[in-house]
Design a protein around this ligand. Structure first.
Ligand code: NAD
Length: 483
């Protein structure tokens, strides 16, 4: 997207949010925030610079000293009130999500409600920052430990779940007494600015939550490399995450990475097929496939493969592609031209190399039809790469062994799922599949605020969830007392 100094005057301009106020961009530039369903700009957001990033980090650092000493019930109160504000404003937040990233309304409402749940989990986490007392080798000496907040946390969010991840990557560090600078995706700057208003209304002191908008490739390094940033919490593509991992390794900063996926769904002969089809539809096509945990590889045991494929393809082609405000709509627009080109490439490449399009494959404007492929083989782009669109491949397998082997033949390892009535098979899959998350008789796309959410390999490192984030967002202190 080009900067838009000469854009239509009707568009509202939005500055950064630094130190509790809206701040215009230091270099004066703005960029267009596009509504992907019509490919038209609807707002202008500040195009951040390294100077803006520095101002935000300095504001967060300045706020840290007082905030880190606030009593637990203060932080608990702020986060609880923020949850209530989200629930009160669910319709206007969902409306913004529809306009800014093209979410169908069902997904948008669900995301707001889940974000409220995360606020409540974070509020509860404020009371669980516990340490230990330990024995000593020295007579009369007592050892104790506690967890201290770090300081400024850089929170970098993707476009596809802008509020869900916006809340996760800010509420948890705040719960522990850190302060936050958020860099949202350039596709969803307004949602992060709206979140800042939620925090303000909930009573969070100025400077504790800051937002710098702009292009990640221009200002991301200024944020992750800033000497005052103590921990980085990143959700986004494996490409950018790998770059950040290298930088963080050099600087020694704490790091949590939640990256892409190629999550396998396995359906065995004894599965409840109706539930399996339903989970496959939700997991493959929810939010038009723009889900990190998308079921983009489906392995079906041969005895039920034909029936599964027929029912799955029929359900896929019946999905609503209408008005995003209509709850019957499941398939919205793909976020931008680059992503649309990537999805088209994946489908075209598969077809050119001999794959079969069982359903979908076409486009209605910016929307890709839910697409089911068979005959996908190694070497095709969609065999191993994340498509991040409504495209999945169905493979027939002879056994659980073959399903496991295929499922583990990936550099990703985010989520996974198996449908079977055999608990032994389910537990074997759970133990042996290379993934951070395993669901038995459920979809690959699931999240809850308090579980260890995350993956292995190219899907990331560390886990989200209040208990697990503690390691990345606090520091142990050992205190000894000689009595
Ligand atoms: P992206 O990697 O393009 O962008 C993510 C964020 O990184 C944006 O805020 C962007 O501004 C920022 N960024 C870009 N360059 C940077 C740099 N050099 N330094 C620091 N930040 C930089 O990802 P996206 O297209 O917004 O999101 C889609 C991807 O996110 C998919 O791969 C999806 O699987 C993944 N995702 C993962 C999870 C998870 O929990 N594992 C959840 C949602 C999305």
């Amino acid at each position: 997207m080009p900067p838009s100094e000469g854009a239509a005057p009707a568009l509202t301009r939005h500055g950064h949010w630094i130190g509790g106020i809206a701040v215009p961009p230091s270099a004066g530039g703005y960029f267009e925030d596009l509504d992907p369903d019509v490919d038209r700009p609807f707002a202008l957001a500040a195009r951040g610079t390294a100077a803006d990033v520095d101002a935000a980090v300095q504001a967060a650092q300045a706020a840290f000293a007082a905030f880190s000493r606030t009593p637990v019930n203060f932080r608990e109160g702020v986060l609880s009130r923020a949850a209530a504000i989200l629930e009160r404003d669910i319709e206007s937040l969902a409306a913004l999500m529809i306009t800014e990233i093209g979410s169908p309304i069902g997904k948008a409402r669900h995301e707001v409600q889940r974000a409220a749940d995360v606020f409540r989990a974070a509020a509860g986490a404020t009371r669980h920052l516990s340490g230990k007392t330990l024995p000593s080798d020295v007579p009369g000496k007592m050892n104790l430990t506690f967890r201290a907040p770090l300081g400024v946390v850089a929170s970098i969010t993707p476009f596809n779940v802008p509020l869900g991840k916006g809340v996760r990557l800010s509420a948890i560090p705040l719960a522990f007494g850190n302060t936050v600078v958020m860099l949202p995706s350039e596709e969803s700057p307004l949602m992060a600015l709206r979140l800042a208003k939620v925090y303000e209304e909930a009573g969070l002191p100025p400077g504790c939550f800051n937002v710098v908008t702009g292009y990640g490739h221009e200002i991301g390094d200024a944020l992750t490399g800033h000497p005052l940033v103590r921990s980085i919490s990143f959700t986004g593509s494996t490409r950018v995450g790998t770059h950040i991992r290298e930088l963080a390794a050099r600087s020694g900063k704490k790091l949590t990475l939640e990256l892409g996926g190629k999550s396998p769904l396995v359906v065995l002969d004894d599965a409840d097929l109706s539930r399996a089809v339903q989970a496959a539809v939700l997991g493959s096509f929810g939010n038009q496939g723009q889900i990190c945990m998308a079921s983009s590889r489906i392995y079906v045991q041969r005895g039920v493969a034909a029936e599964f494929l027929a029912r799955f393809a029929a359900s896929a082609s019946a999905l609503g592609m209408g008005d995003l405000h209509d709850p019957a709509t499941m398939i919205g627009p793909i976020i931008n031209a680059r992503q649309r080109a990537r999805i088209k490439d994946h489908i075209d490449d598969a077809v050119a190399q001999g794959a079969t399009v069982v359903s979908g494959g076409g486009w209605i404007g910016p929307r890709c039809q839910p697409t089911v492929l068979t005959g996908v083989t190694r070497g095709m782009l969609c065999h191993a790469e994340e498509t991040f669109g409504p495209v999945t491949s169905v493979y027939a397998v002879d056994s659980l062994d073959e399903a496991l082997q295929a499922a583990n033949d990936s550099r990703y390892g985010l989520s996974s799922a198996i449908f079977t009535a055999d608990l032994g098979h389910a537990m074997r899959f759970a133990r042996e599949v290379s993934a951070g998350m395993v669901h038995v008789n459920g979809a690959t796309a699931q999240a809850e605020p308090h579980v260890p959410f995350g993956g292995i390999g190219d899907s990331g490192m560390g886990r989200e969830g209040p208990e697990y984030d503690m390691e990345a967002m606090t520091e142990w202190k050992w205190v000894s007392i000689q009595l």
